[in-house]
Design a protein around this ligand. Structure first.
Ligand code: C5P
Length: 300
């Protein structure tokens, strides 16, 4: 009985992200692309139940059958932390309720992995600081370090260099998922060097955020967007539907296929939300989440 006794299990959210900008600066010798991006956590979130067990077994159950595998990033994150801690690690029981679309460009799996690292660090009393957790996160995937702190951040390098920024103004967001899955490696493989960018849009958005100016919607940018829209008709069709529903600005998040539209008022956002649903778009109405709100939610 004591073998499986579970201690201090807690629920915590694993928020998704959008890319307010995504500049691809070029290709690196290691095969990855050099990025400059402003990332933002959003209220669309998975829910995790994370508990420490008295044995050394690590398990992860999820309500999505396709994610019950050894490749699940939440499970891999728990194993990586356990390997790093050695004797100091305990067992872990994880349950994952999936809401964020997988392979969507919203960092769904990445957010789960980061939340598991943060939660197990706490319930195992491991005492790793954020820099140590970010280093572990980088071993699992390029956009996972961002999710350790979240909020509004500048991301550079392959994704592993994370600079926290002041919070962006509160924004309502429509998140629209076109009916297609796009693997990230495919998008980077078909991206031509003509689509590389200078980093100017990210620099402009970072400057506006640092000066507490309104977010310049006209500078929101994604260097992968042109390639994805040309290659995947379903993404272009969803974008057209959002524009026709009245969204003034529509951008791709990450490598897609998910699109987002930002709004300053709920009335504007909800009007477009209802029109987009009528047009058959799979759409969520959510909002930005700050780093402080995220930390509070994680403490429970
Ligand atoms: O690091 P991660 O496994 O999440 O990256 C998935 C794929 O996305 C990589 O294998 C690579 O093809 C591409 N990628 C890239 N440059 C980055 C991040 C990802 O080319 N900075």
């Amino acid at each position: 009985m004591s073998e499986v006794r579970q201690t201090r299990a807690r629920f915590l959210p694993a928020h998704a992200k959008i890319n307010l900008t995504l500049d691809v600066l070029g290709k690196r010798p290691d095969g990855y692309h050099e990025l400059a991006s402003v990332m933002q956590t959003i209220s669309l979130a998975d829910t995790l139940l994370v508990g420490s067990t008295a044995d050394y077994r690590i398990s992860c159950d999820t309500d999505v059958p396709g994610l019950r595998s050894e490749h699940n990033l939440a499970l891999r994150a728990a194993r990586l932390l356990a390997d790093c801690l050695g004797e100091r690690a305990r067992g872990a029981r994880i349950e994952l309720r999936k809401i964020v679309p997988a392979q969507g460009g919203l960092g769904g799996g990445s957010g789960d992995a980061a939340a598991v690292l943060v939660a197990l660090n706490a319930v195992w009393n491991a005492g790793l600081d954020e820099a140590a957790l970010e280093a572990l996160a980088a071993e699992l995937g390029s956009d996972i370090p961002f999710f350790i702190r979240g909020g509004t951040c500048l991301i550079e390098g392959r994704g592993e260099r994370v600079t926290p920024l002041p919070d962006v103004e509160p924004l309502w967001l429509l998140i629209a998922k076109p009916p297609v899955n796009i693997p990230t490696p495919t998008v980077f493989r078909i991206l031509s060097a003509d689509e590389w960018s200078t980093g100017e849009e990210t620099a402009a958005v970072v400057a506006a955020i640092r000066e507490s100016q309104p977010l310049p919607f006209e500078r929101l940018f994604n260097a992968l967007e042109g390639t994805v829209l040309r290659t995947y008709g379903a993404v272009a069709a969803t974008r057209e539907a959002l524009l026709a529903a009245g969204a003034p600005t529509v951008r791709l998040s990450g490598s897609g296929p998910t699109l987002y539209a930002p709004f300053r008022t709920l009335l504007e956002a909800s009007a477009v939300y209802h029109r987009a649903r009528t047009r058959g778009v799979l759409v969520w109405l959510c909002h930005t989440v700050t780093r402080a709100e995220l930390a509070h939610a994680r403490l429970g």
